[in-house]
Design a protein around this ligand. Structure first.
Ligand code: OAD
Length: 252
């Protein structure tokens, strides 16, 4: 459990803030059964090679392998349900005068929990487009079980999931919005990210440099926790509901 006085202080900062940004990573969806990337045994990148599965070179070498892997991941995301951590962020959005959620997650658990003001900076696994001409593609039920990716009707290229792969740029509209929100916020709440994937890992520093208080919620120490004003050590699904409870107790 997170240190109680720290949790109280962090809750006061959140309750007093007019503009809050929350940055989430894979850790917030862990309790829902969506695998994180860097956990030693269970992390996706501990078990699978990201260069083969999440890069242009890997897709060119074996498009079928990549397609089948993302179809399996999509099925596991669709089977997952939002946990108390996702729900606590919905509660925070409802009481905060201005709230922006920036997620690195490609799942839709924030949306399904009820979050409204949300930017996906690493894309979304349930959206598809052509890898060559970028035309959007609506996934057909039978394509989920295909051994190879569907073919684009416009140009004959391969259809791919709308997630950002290693070496690719981030969606510029979402990234710009995240940057502007970070520069303008009074509190940045960081949840469940290892803080090693750039440029998103820079957002807490951007906020802090502009005068914001940074709160990190994570069971593990990490580079963001090292710089944060408050490190609430613990799982999101435990700590975030406690934060909301504290805010309510303070009259929010
Ligand atoms: P990581 O797998 O790198 O980190 C997950 C973090 O969640 C770790 O710091 C864990 O300690 C923490 N964690 C685990 N369980 C938790 C829980 N119940 N509550 C809170 N935190 C918990 O995932 P990300 O930081 O999200 O990129 O990874 C960043 C990017 O790297 C991902 O978006 C992905 C990956 O390559 C793309 O898909 C483009």
């Amino acid at each position: 459990m997170a240190d109680v006085p720290l949790l109280t202080q962090a809750s006061v900062a959140l309750a007093q803030a007019k503009r809050i940004v929350c940055l989430t990573g894979a850790g917030i969806s862990a309790e829902s059964g969506v695998a994180t990337f860097r956990a030693a045994q269970s992390g996706l990148w501990a078990r699978f090679d990201p260069q083969r599965l999440a890069s242009q070179a890997g897709f060119a070498a074996d498009p079928g392998l990549v397609w089948r892997w993302y179809m399996a991941r999509l099925a596991s995301v669709e089977a997952a349900v939002p946990n108390p951590g996702h729900l606590a962020l919905v509660a925070l959005e409802r009481v905060a005068p201005a709230f922006t959620l920036v997620t690195q997650n490609v799942d839709d658990l924030h949306e399904r929990a009820g979050s409204r003001q949300l930017w996906h900076v690493h894309g979304q696994i349930s959206q598809f487009h052509c890898n060559r001409c970028h035309a959007p593609h609506a996934l057909q039920p039978d394509e989920r079980t295909h051994a190879e990716p569907p073919i684009c009707r416009s140009c004959g290229g391969h259809i791919r999931p709308g997630v950002v792969w290693f070496g690719e740029g981030l969606p510029s509209v979402a990234l710009d919005a995240a940057w502007r929100a970070a520069e303008a916020c009074e509190v940045m709440l960081v949840v469940g990210t290892s803080g090693v994937v750039y440029p998103v890992a820079e957002l807490p520093q951007v906020a802090q440099a502009a005068g914001a208080v940074v709160i990190d919620v994570n069971p593990q120490h990490n580079p963001i926790a090292a710089r944060a004003d408050f490190f609430l050590q613990g799982a999101a699904e435990v700590v975030l509901p406690q934060v909301i409870e504290q805010m309510r107790a303070q009259g929010q």
